[in-house]
Each structure stands twice: as C-alpha cells, then as structure tokens.
Ligand binder design. Structure first.
Ligand code: ADP
Length: 241
C-alpha cells in the first residue's frame, strides 16, 4: 500500500507541476496570439503578413500542445458523496492498523451520533493512510495510534489521528503542511500532509495539528456536516442552481 501511495503522491505532484507550467504558458500564448492578431490587421506589407501568419500558426500549434498537456495532467475528478463515517471508517481499521505495524496499539472509533459529511471517499482513505504512515514513522518504539470520529462542540465533524510519537518542533509544525517539506530525507516525499490539507479544503473543511515533542501528535480533519439527508443522495449530484 505504501508503494502505491508514494507513486500516487509523485504523480499528483508531477500533475500539479505540469498543469501549473501549462497554465503559465497558456497565458503567455494568449498575449502572443493577441499581438499577432493586431499585427495581422495593421501590417500591409505582403512579406511581413506572411511572417506574421506563420507566427500565428506556430502559436496555434503550441496552444494545442499545451491543451494536451493540461488534459493529461488534469487531476482525477473529485467525486464527493454523502458519507456516514460509521459505515466507511470501520472497514478501514484493518488496513490502517496493518500499515503502522503490529508492535503498536491501534484503534479506530466512530461516535454513534456522528453526522454525515460530504467528501470523496477515495481521498478520505488516502488522507487517513497518510496520517497513519506519519504516525508510524513518528513512533520508533511501540506506541499508540488512535483514530476517532465524532461531532465537535462547534457542530463540525472531527476526524482525529493521535499518535504517541516523537512529536514536532515548532519549526517543523509550522512547515509540515508545505508540499515537499520533509524531515525524512529520501524516505519522505513531503506530500502526505499536503494531500490531507487539500482533501479537507476540497470538502469545505480544515486541518488542525497539535504536537508536543516527545509526547505525540494529533492531526484533526474538521469537516462541515453534510446538509443533505442521507436518503436524499440524488440531490447531491444535481447542481444547486
Ligand atoms: P513525509 O511524511 O513524506 O515527510 P508529510 O507531509 O506527511 O511528508 O510530513 C511532513 C513532515 O511533518 C514529516 O517529514 C515530519 O517531520 C512531520 N510530521 C508529519 N506527521 C508527523 C507526526 N505524526 N509526528 C511527527 N512528525 C510528523
């Protein structure tokens, strides 16, 4: 599972770089094509018009290549669904606890009255796996991992992952969510927490991190409860206009 995750993280990063570059080139191209269009209208000289025409065509070809790159790099579409965490989290327990290894104690608990959330289930799986793997990496000696989901006092849904590991210094805590920030050298990608943040943001929520050196870390994903009734799943797919 970890190799797959590493691969997915690298592809995601590559996709982001490619689509970022493609967008930038697209903007520059729009300016160049605009200039050619103006020149084409104003210049009377036959030979110059031919040169301008050639330039314009080359720009069109570049535009087609950029569009191809963009469609290649475009992320998997996010498919949010109304999720009952009581249903979707317990089946992940075996996988998550397996990922951190047998020597740690590991538990997953979902409050019975936990409200449903609107989120992409695949992204949620990956986010929890990222957090579990970070917890494992933070616990060189046997420790405890606790995954919990419950309503918090502010009416949000809190999914928290707590470990009893080495914790983070203030400096690391501050930078941890930055893409490519890692303290694990070549063993890390620095994309785990970035994915967790992007998952939470996409679902309309946020991430809270608390950490104490030599004591442990809790990363919480806070999500708004889904406004849609669970029996009303058809309405989720319909744009709200
Ligand atoms: P990676 O795990 O590949 O380094 P992440 O974005 O998941 O990338 O994490 C970035 C950094 O944040 C890690 O290298 C580590 O220093 C720190 N970190 C993340 N989670 C924890 C944790 N549970 N305990 C201690 N440090 C952590």
């Amino acid at each position: 599972a970890q190799d797959l995750l590493l691969q997915a993280q690298k592809m995601e990063a590559l996709g982001q770089v490619v689509s970022g570059v493609a967008h930038d080139i697209n903007n520059v191209l729009a300016a160049v094509q605009g200039a050619f269009a103006i020149l084409g209208k104003r210049v009377g000289d036959e030979q110059l018009r031919f040169v301008i025409e050639q330039g314009h065509r080359a720009g069109d070809r570049a535009g087609a290549i950029v569009r191809q790159m963009l469609s290649f790099a475009r992320h998997e579409p996010v498919r949010p669904r109304v999720l009952r965490l009581q249903d979707v989290l317990p089946p992940l327990e075996t996988m998550l606890c397996h990922a951190i290894g047998r020597r740690h104690r590991c538990s997953l608990m979902v409050a019975e009255d936990c409200q449903p959330v609107l989120a992409d289930p695949h992204q949620l799986d990956v986010a929890l796996l990222n957090l579990a793997i970070n917890a494992r990496d933070a616990m060189p000696t046997p420790g405890v991992l606790a995954i919990r989901a419950a309503n918090d006092r502010d009416g949000r849904v809190r999914i928290s992952v707590t470990d009893s590991g080495i914790g983070m210094s203030e400096h690391v805590l501050e930078r941890a969510r930055e893409p490519f920030f890692t303290t694990k050298g070549s063993a890390g990608t620095g994309l785990g927490l970035a994915q967790v943040h992007s998952f939470a943001a996409t679902a309309g929520g946020l991430v809270e991190m608390r950490s104490t050196l030599a004591q442990g870390t809790t990363v919480s994903i806070l999500l708004p409860p889904s406004a849609v009734e669970l029996t009303d799943v058809t309405r989720v797919a319909v744009p709200s206009e």
